[in-house]
Design a protein around this ligand. Sequence first.
Ligand SMILES: *Cc1c(COP(=O)(O)O)cnc(C)c1O
Length: 249
Amino acid sequence: MTDSETVVAQADARTAELAGNLDVLLGRIDAACRAAGREPGSVRLLPVTKFFPAADVAILYGLGRREFGESREQEATGKVAELDDRRDIRWHMIGRLQRNKARVVARWAHTVHSVDSERLATALDKGALAALDAGERTGPLRVLLQVSLDEDPERGGVGQNDLDRLADQVAAAEGLQLGGLMAIPPLDADPHSAFARLATLHTLLLARHPGATELSAGMSGDLESAIEHGSTVVRVGTALMGTRPITSG
Ligand SMILES: *Cc1c(COP(=O)(O)O)cnc(C)c1O
């Protein structure tokens, strides 16, 4: 094979690999919905493309996906720029975010899943309003509140006691829209009890904020349990993309 034939063959192989993984994964989500007595289609897949190149996102776009999750601001901002001719992509910021990156992320993010403090919410509100002003976005920034299921401040997430106040702040912010909740189960916890607790917090939130219907929960290893407990969107990296070159992100 010539060099260019090799490149084409590699791209074809990656397309086949991602298409196969996607099929298996959609089947898993479907089966989990049925097992939980939920409507198949009531849970969305958010492919998590961190550590993988924009070329992979383009392949998944070709396979019909329109939402993608990224966890590192710099890497994401680069990919968004590379793919900016695909106007209908909805980018989700799912990782920890520093306040000084709020302005940049507010330019490209449809939804931020990882808001866990009043200061970050304030920075994102300002960023979203500035982006609206500059014509860089057309609607408010959708925000999910990341809740801590073990009250360990090191791992991120707002504690139960501060959740109502943060939710009210986001709901009142002109540049933000309160979308719902997100959580990552504690490393050593039983996912079932963690997701059950998350479901309770979501029910309480919905009583105050009926529009906050999104529940972002479930990853490659625990999506069945999350779906059983009411997840509306699963964030899946490894089971779709393969093993990440570095796993600390
Ligand atoms: C990387 C990441 C995921 C995806 O995890 P996998 O186990 O690879 O599916 C989900 N959520 C967040 C916040 C992540 O950073």
